[in-house]
Structures are given as structure tokens and as C-alpha cells.
Write a protein that binds this ligand. Structure first.
Ligand SMILES: [Zn+2]
Length: 67
């Protein structure tokens, strides 16, 4: 059975950031080349933390994404 890779997209603009292999864990830092946001992504949980770039209007800086 092939392990499925899931597409991880920038929560701000939807640009593809990376593909996540099933079972991957740990935190990675990734920069969106389109919107220039820098994210810390926790791979084991659907959490994006904004390190650099414009915040959402509510200013939270942490985005929960379903993946
Ligand atoms: Zn982006």
C-alpha cells in the first residue's frame, strides 16, 4: 500500500506549501512564496502558527486547518 501524501496549503492564500506524508510528525517552518507568510506547522496536529506576515483581522495568528 502506498502511503498517502496530503497537500498542505497556506491558510492565507491557498498556495501549496508542501506535501505531508502519512505519519509525519514534528514542527516545521515553511515560507509561502506567494503571500510571504512564514508558518510554523505542527505536522501531527492541524495547526499553523504564523511567525511572520500579516495577521488575520482577529489577530490570532494560529490557524486550525483540517488535514
Ligand atoms: Zn500564502
Amino acid at each position: 500500500m502506498m502511503k498517502e501524501a496530503k497537500r498542505i496549503e497556506c491558510p492565507m492564500c491557498g498556495h501549496r506549501l508542501m506535501d505531508k506524508k502519512e505519519g509525519a510528525c514534528g514542527a516545521v517552518q515553511v515560507k509561502c512564496i506567494k503571500s510571504k507568510h512564514v508558518w510554523e506547522v505542527e505536522l501531527s496536529k492541524p495547526t499553523f502558527k504564523l511567525l511572520r506576515g500579516k495577521l488575520y483581522p482577529d489577530g490570532k495568528g494560529v490557524v486550525m486547518v483540517d488535514y
